[in-house]
Design a binder for this molecule. Structure first.
Ligand code: G1P
Length: 271
C-alpha cells in the first residue's frame, strides 16, 4: 500500500529568477492557486495519507503558508467571510497531512530523499517533484495501480525531443508489459545526445522502494556534483530490482522554467 509521499522543496529555483530571489517557487500562483496545492490535491486523490516536505531554512515561507492559524482566526473573527473560512479549512486539511524535514544544502534530489529515511514506514513510497505538473489525469493514482499490478517500483515517463535529452533522466527500454508500461533496463541522469540510450525521459513522479536508502547512503555525487536519485535507482536496477516506466496519459507542464510556468496558467485556465 502506498500511503506516504515525499516532496523535495529545497531547490533554489534559479530558472525562475528574479521571482525566486525572495519567493518560494512552489507557492507561486498557477491560475490563482499555489503550485504545491495542485501536487497535494493529486496526492489526496491518489489515497496518500502522509506527506513529507523536504524544505530548507531559506524556504521556511512554505511552512508558514500552512501554519498561519492565528492570522486566519483573527481575520475570520473580524470579517466572518465564508470564502476565507473555506480557504482556511482547506489549509487545515493540508496541514494535518504534512511533516517537515530539512535539507539546508542543495546537494541534489538523492540527498533530499535520504533526509526522509526515518519517517518512511512501508516498503514503497511515492515521490513527486513539484516543478512537474501533470494535468487531465492523476498520474500518481495511475502509477499506484501499476505498482499493485506488477509489484514493482514505477517512474512516470514520456518521450522527449532527442535534442533535449541532457535535461532529463533518460532510460533504456526493457520488456514491454502492455501499451503504457515497460520494464526499465538502465537509467542515466542527463546524458549527452551521443550517450543517451533513447529519447524516453523520467518525469517527476516515482514509486520508490524503501531499500533505496541503503544505496543513497553510499551514493557518490554524479552530474553537476549532485547526489542524484537516478544514480541510486540505476544501482537498484543493476541488482535486479524491478522498475516500470509508466507512459502517463495526462498533459505535462514544466512549471520550473519561466516559459513553462506562464504556459501552465494558460493551460489550467482552459480546464
Ligand atoms: C529531475 C531528475 C531527472 C528528471 C527530471 C524530471 O531533474 O533528476 O532525472 O528527468 O527531474 O523533471 P531536475 O528537474 O531536478 O533537473
Amino acid at each position: 500500500m502506498i500511503k506516504q509521499a515525499i516532496i523535495p522543496l529545497a531547490g533554489l529555483g534559479t530558472r525562475l529568477l528574479p521571482l525566486t530571489s525572495v519567493f518560494a517557487k512552489e507557492l507561486l500562483p498557477i491560475n490563482g492557486k499555489p503550485g504545491i496545492e495542485y501536487i497535494l490535491d493529486e496526492c489526496i486523490e491518489a489515497g496518500i495519507k502522509d506527506v513529507i516536505f523536504i524544505i530548507s531554512q531559506k524556504k521556511i515561507m512554505i511552512k508558514n503558508y500552512f501554519f498561519n492559524d492565528s492570522f486566519y482566526k483573527k481575520i475570520i473573527k473580524k470579517k466572518k467571510d465564508p470564502r476565507i473560512v473555506k480557504e482556511y479549512k482547506k489549509i487545515l486539511k493540508y496541514k494535518k497531512m504534512i511533516k517537515f524535514v530539512y535539507q539546508n544544502k542543495p546537494l541534489g534530489t538523492g540527498d533530499a530523499v535520504l533526509k526522509t529515511k526515518k519517517f518512511i514506514k512501508n516498503k514503497f513510497f511515492l515521490m513527486l517533484l513539484p516543478d512537474d505538473l501533470i494535468i487531465k489525469q492523476n498520474c500518481s493514482k495511475s502509477m499506484i495501480k501499476v505498482h499493485k499490478r506488477f509489484n514493482s517500483s514505477v517512474m512516470a515517463s514520456m518521450n522527449v525531443n532527442k535534442k533535449t535529452v541532457s535535461r532529463w533522466g533518460i532510460y533504456k527500454l526493457g520488456k514491454k508489459l502492455d501499451k503504457r508500461n515497460y520494464f526499465i533496463k538502465d537509467v542515466i541522469e542527463k546524458p549527452s545526445i551521443k550517450t543517451a540510450p533513447s529519447n524516453k525521459a523520467v518525469i517527476g513522479r516515482y514509486i520508490l522502494p524503501k531499500n533505496i536508502f541503503s544505496k543513497l547512503i553510499k551514493q557518490k555525487p554524479g552530474k553537476g556534483g549532485e547526489i542524484h536519485i537516478t544514480d541510486a535507482i540505476q544501482s537498484l536496477i543493476k541488482e535486479k530490482n524491478r522498475f516500470v516506466a509508466h507512459n502517463f496519459s495526462g498533459k505535462y507542464l514544466d512549471c520550473g522554467s519561466m516559459h513553462g510556468y506562464i504556459k501552465s496558467t494558460l493551460e489550467i485556465s482552459k480546464l
